[in-house]
Ligand binder design. Structure first.
Ligand SMILES: NC(=O)C1=CN([C@@H]2O[C@H](COP(=O)(O)OP(=O)(O)OC[C@H]3O[C@@H](n4cnc5c(N)ncnc54)[C@H](O)[C@@H]3O)[C@@H](O)[C@H]2O)C=CC1
Ligand SMILES: O=C(O)C(=O)Cc1ccc(O)cc1
Length: 367
C-alpha cells in the first residue's frame, strides 16, 4: 500500500510495527515521533522510520494512518490533544495499548468529529523496551486484538488490517470490556504476582544473601516479566483498575484456600491443586498457535568443562541456526549445569534440538 504512516512512540512496539509495515509495504513512507530525542534519532539511524516529525501535530497532518504506541496514560493525553489538530479526513487512527476501555472512551470525541479510530492491541511483546529491541517479526502468529466501535465502517477495519498485514498476526475483534477482562486475567494480573514474588525474595535477601544467588533458575523464569517497563505497567494498572481490584479479591481468597490446605496438611487437596493446574496449563495452546509468544527457549544439560559452550554454539553455527540469547544457569553445583538458548522461532528451536541430539548426548528440554 502507498501512503504516509505516522508512529507516535518509537519503542519496542511502535518500532516493531513500523518495521513490519515497511517490510510489507515498501512504497509507504513511515515517519515517527518520540519525546525521547535519542530514541527518535536512533530510530532513524536504524532505518526503523524513514524520517522523524518535528512535533506530533506536524506528523499527524501528513498521515494516512496514525499509530499511537505510547504508554496508555500518554495515549489518552495525545487523543485529547489531537482534537485540535488538523488531520486528513480519511485518516485511520489506531493504538497499541494494553488496555482498551479508557482509550476507546477517549477516542469517542475523535469519532464524533468523523475521524476513524480503531483500538488495537498486538498481544505479543517482551519485558524489553526501547527501539533497539524492536523486531519486524515480533507479532508473528500472535493474536492482534481490534476493538472497532459500531460507528467504524468494515472497509476501514479491512484497510487497517491491510496496513498491519506485515505483522503476520491473527486479527480478532473484541469489545473493549471483554478485552480488558481477559487481558486482566492472563496478562495484567500476572505482572503484579511476578513483581510481588520479587519483592518477597528481596525482603528475604536482607536476612540471607544466599537468596538471590540461589534464585537463578526457575525463580528467574517465573519472574521474567517483573523486568518490564514500570511506567508502562503503572499506566496499565491505573487504566484497568476495576478488573484488577476484582482479581486481587479473588486471588486473596484463592491463597487463603491453598494456605488452609497446607496448614491442615490436606495432602489430597494439595496434590489435586497442583494436578489440576498442570492439566489446564498442559492443555493451553502452544505459543505458535497464538498465545503470547516471546521466546523460544531450549535448555541443555551440559557437563561443566571449559569449551562446552563454544562446542554447542559451533554445532549450531555450522547448521546456520541463529541464537538470539544464551545464558548459563548455575543452579546445580555438581558436574552438570544448564545452558539456556533462545531462538527466534519454534522452527529454529526444533532444528537446534535435532542438531544437539545428533552431535552430543546432552539432554535437552523446551522452556
Ligand atoms: N511491551 C510489550 O510487550 C507490549 C506493550 N504494549 C503497549 O504498547 C505501548 C508501548 O509500549 P512499549 O513499546 O513496550 O514501550 P517502550 O517504553 O519501549 O516505548 C514507548 C515509547 O513511547 C515514548 N513516549 C512516551 N510518552 C510519549 C509522548 N507523550 N509522546 C511521544 N512519545 C512518547 C517513550 O519515549 C518510548 O520511546 C504501551 O501502551 C503498552 O501498553 C502492547 C503489547 C505488548
Ligand atoms: O513479556 C511478556 O511475556 C509479556 O507479557 C508481553 C506483553 C506485555 C504487554 C502486553 O499488553 C502484551 C504482551
Amino acid at each position: 500500500m502507498e501512503g504516509t504512516v505516522f508512529v507516535v512512540g518509537l519503542g519496542l512496539i511502535g518500532g516493531s510495527i513500523a518495521l513490519a509495515i515497511k517490510k510489507e509495504h515498501p512504497q509507504s513512507f513511515v515517519i515517527g515521533f518520540d519525546v525521547n530525542e535519542e530514541e527518535m534519532k536512533l530510530a532513524k539511524t536504524l532505518a526503523v522510520i524513514d524520517d522523524n516529525a518535528f512535533s506530533i501535530e506536524e506528523g499527524m497532518a501528513q498521515a494516512d494512518v496514525i499509530i499511537l504506541a505510547t504508554p496508555v496514560m500518554q495515549t489518552e493525553k495525545i487523543l485529547a490533544e489531537m482534537l485540535t489538530y488538523r488531520l486528513k479526513q480519511s485518516v485511520i487512527v489506531t493504538d497499541v495499548g494494553s488496555t482498551k476501555q479508557r482509550i476507546v472512551q477517549h477516542a469517542k470525541r475523535l469519532l464524533e468529529k468523523g475521524i476513524t479510530f480503531i483500538g488495537g492491541h498486538p498481544m505479543a511483546g517482551s519485558h524489553k523496551s526501547g527501539i533497539t529491541a524492536a523486531r519486524a517479526h515480533l507479532f508473528e502468529n500472535a493474536f492482534y486484538i481490534l476493538t472497532p466501535t459500531e460507528e467504524v465502517q468494515g472497509s476501514d477495519v479491512e484497510r487497517l488490517k491491510q496496513w498491519l498485514k506485515g505483522t503476520k498476526a491473527h486479527f480478532v475483534a473484541l469489545s473493549p470490556k471483554e478485552h480488558d477482562r481477559i487481558t486482566g486475567v492472563i496478562s495484567h494480573f500476572p505482572h503484579i504476582i511476578a513483581a510481588s514474588l520479587v519483592h518477597q525474595a528481596q525482603q528475604h535477601e536482607q536476612e540471607d544473601e544466599l537468596v538471590s544467588r540461589l534464585a537463578a533458575g526457575g525463580f528467574r523464569d517465573i519472574t521474567r516479566i517483573a523486568s518490564s517497563n514500570p511506567e508502562m505497567w503503572r499506566d496499565i494498572f491505573l487504566h484497568n483498575k476495576e478488573e484488577l481490584l476484582a482479581l486481587f479479591d479473588r486471588w486473596m481468597m484463592e491463597m487463603q484456600k491453598v494456605r488452609s490446605f497446607v496448614e491442615r496438611e490436606e495432602s489430597d487437596a494439595i496434590y489435586r491443586y497442583f494436578l489440576e493446574a498442570k492439566q489446564f496449563r498442559d492443555g493451553l495452546p502452544v505459543r505458535t498457535k497464538g498465545a503470547i509468544p516471546s521466546f523460544y527457549d531450549l535448555y541443555v544439560d551440559v557437563p561443566d568443562y571449559p569449551g562446552v559452550i563454544s562446542e554447542i554454539t559451533g554445532y549450531l553455527a555450522h547448521e546456520r541456526i541463529s541464537i538470539t540469547n544464551i545464558r548459563i544457569i548455575e543452579t546445580r553445583e555438581e558436574i552438570y549445569g544448564v545452558l539456556r538458548l533462545s531462538f527466534q522461532s519454534d522452527e529454529d528451536r526444533q532444528r537446534a534440538k535435532e542438531c544437539i541430539k545428533k552431535h552430543t548426548n546432552y539432554e535437552t528440554y523446551e522452556g
